[in-house]
Design a protein around this ligand. Structure first.
Ligand code: C5P
Ligand code: MG
Length: 289
């Protein structure tokens, strides 16, 4: 059915169930399909050249427009809060207020840096931002088949949009909800627009008023892509879900987190820097029956 599912990086707890969902997605047809995806560490790579790849926040935090003191403070925040974000032994209730603290402090520091709107393209160009291997086929397949792609990100919207723009895949079927910067008349960052999106509130609570999923009410087949336990609620605002396939990238602390990921995601991709499996599933679904 999908040869990519034989890759060594693939873990599935209930293979029969997964085959059933994929078969239904194909039977329901392209017109009913939509894709909902996280951005950082899901569409973008986790590792590159033996090092960690930057998140959209990291790209800004380490760029030349941030003072040395600002860089240090932002890095200290990352070292304090990231282990909390991915800790499998803390509940989401425990994590939520701490994530709000992290994002709020980081955004305050960024605002102090007088970042200019016109610098963003150059910051992204000079960064080590990298989309996962196979991104072109992924975006192209969705675009050619008019399948809406919703990118739901707790990262920085202006940065991630620029990454996909520079990769030449920011097509008309792509919609992004994320944390966007607001600039004054001189083009200087003054604040981040609300509502604040962090790892663990990626659900309908921050989509109120967008009407996005309501417009797509006939799209009842969902492929959800994420890398965090917080990404599992991204489709909660879809009015009627008939079939949903959840694919999770398990990038970090693989051994410790495997159990929880296998409980929650239908397909878990361990240390897989590619979109091969996603592309294989799409190719199968999009093949004329
Ligand atoms: O869930 P999502 O991928 O949208 O979350 C954004 C990512 O950005 C998280 O993985 C988090 O570790 C990272 N982050 C960061 N710096 C911040 C806030 C979040 O690198 N200040
Ligand atoms: Mg992510």
């Amino acid at each position: 059915m999908v040869p990519e599912l034989e890759k060594a990086t693939v873990r599935i707890r209930q293979p029969e169930r997964v085959r059933g969902i994929i078969r239904s997605l194909r039977e329901q047809g392209v017109a009913k399909l939509q894709v909902i995806s996280d951005f950082d560490m899901t569409l973008s790579r986790f590792g590159c050249n033996g090092r960690r790849c930057p998140t959209s926040h990291n790209i800004l935090d380490t760029s030349r427009v941030i003072s040395e003191d600002g860089k240090k403070k932002l890095k200290d925040l990352l070292h304090y809060y990231y282990p909390i974000e991915i800790d499998p032994n803390r509940t989401l209730e425990e994590k939520r207020p701490l994530m709000v603290e992290w994002w709020t402090k980081a955004h305050e520091l960024l605002v102090q840096q007088k970042i200019h709107k016109d610098d963003i393209a150059q910051i992204v160009r000079e960064s080590e931002a990298m989309l996962r291997d196979g991104f072109k086929e992924f975006f192209d397949q969705l675009h050619k088949n008019n399948i809406p792609l919703f990118i739901f990100s707790a990262g920085v919207g202006d940065i991630l949009e620029e990454i996909i723009r520079q990769a030449n895949v920011f097509y008309s079927n792509v919609n992004v909800v994320s944390n966007y910067m607001d600039f004054n008349d001189d083009g200087v960052l003054t604040h981040f627009k609300g509502p604040l999106i962090h790892t663990y509130n990626k659900n309908n609570s921050v989509l109120q008023g967008t009407g996005y999923f309501q417009q797509l009410s006939t799209r009842t087949s969902i492929i959800l892509l994420g890398d965090s336990m917080g990404d599992l609620t991204m489709a909660d605002g879809v009015p009627s879900v008939e079939n949903i396939l959840k694919i999770g990238f398990l990038n970090d602390k693989v051994e410790e987190r495997r159990g929880k990921y296998l409980d929650s995601y239908d397909i878990v991709l361990e240390s897989d820097e590619t979109l091969d499996v996603v592309n294989g599933i799409l190719r199968y679904i999009l093949t004329e029956t």
